[in-house]
Design a protein around this ligand. Structure first.
Ligand SMILES: NC(=O)c1ccc[n+]([C@@H]2O[C@H](COP(=O)([O-])OP(=O)(O)OC[C@H]3O[C@@H](n4cnc5c(N)ncnc54)[C@H](OP(=O)(O)O)[C@@H]3O)[C@@H](O)[C@H]2O)c1
Length: 224
């Protein structure tokens, strides 16, 4: 059975694909535009043109995968933009909406079209952020990112309820503070450590932990 990684062009998603291929898993990987050469060289099956905000591309992806049963789907795609109170102009509001489209609605629509392909005992994972934790918000700011990740956290809990009868567990995973394009290559860990932690959680989370909000590298449950 294959594992599908959505948002594998760079950063954490690309590294998850590389590590899964290194251990011999069958991997399907999506990108929005031209895939990096590393995706082809690790022999993942690549689907181009999958934009998580263009829901028809998710529907088409599901039909291209066809009757092949998936073991997992992991949605890694995400966008972070910073907005400041007092400077919420038209562009800032546009950026907030864009983050909702990518970070909240995108994973939900991926579940809509792709969860029917996951077999009993399979997993649907979403890479979220601890910045979506209301209890953990001690510094404010980042309105669109925090709001959109809090919204996807709520979606994941509903998905956990709705997919439970199909035997599918939902994993909601904070990847750590990772040195990628998103953070301007600042952070505490590099993509290989983060990807290994995400894979470990996806491998090991079962029905009893479905819908929990994990700090993947620390293997701790985060507060909502
Ligand atoms: N890095 C961190 O410290 C950190 C911390 C907490 C959570 N996260 C989360 O981890 C995930 C991966 O982040 P990263 O650090 O690897 O970021 P990244 O290097 O900026 O990569 C972002 C990925 O998302 C894809 N993407 C963006 N918009 C998309 C869309 N509309 N449709 C499909 N794919 C889209 C990008 O594809 P393109 O190449 O086509 O743009 C790229 O593959 C995100 O969900 C992020 O919020 C990261």
């Amino acid at each position: 059975m294959s594992k599908l990684i959505i948002g594998a062009s760079r950063g954490i998603g690309l590294e998850v694909v590389k590590q899964l291929r290194e251990r011999g898993d069958e991997v399907l990987a999506t990108v929005r535009s031209t895939p990096p050469s590393e995706l082809h060289s690790c022999a993942a099956k690549v689907f181009e043109g999958v934009d998580i905000t263009a829901h028809d591309t998710l529907r088409e992806l599901a039909s291209k995968i066809g009757s092949q049963e998936l073991e997992w789907v992991l949605v890694v795609s995400g966008l972070m933009r910073v907005q400041h109170l007092g400077r919420l102009d038209e562009d800032a509001v546009k950026g907030i909406r864009e983050q909702f489209e990518i970070n909240s609605l995108g994973p939900l629509m991926a579940a809509e079209f792709l969860s029917p392909l996951i077999g009993n005992g399979g997993k649907f994972g979403i890479v979220t952020s601890r910045m979506g934790s209301i209890a953990d918000n001690t510094s404010g700011n980042s309105y669109g990112y925090r709001m959109s990740k809090a919204a996807v956290n709520m979606a994941a809990v509903s998905l956990a309820h709705d997919l439970q009868p199909k035997g599918i567990s939902v994993a909601l995973l904070h990847p750590g503070w990772v040195r990628t394009d998103m953070t301007g290559h600042n952070g505490l860990i590099d993509p290989p450590e983060s990807a290994a932690a995400l894979i470990e959680r996806m491998d090991n989370i079962g029905p009893e932990e479905s819908g929990c909000f994990w700090h993947a590298p620390n293997r701790e449950i985060l507060p909502w």
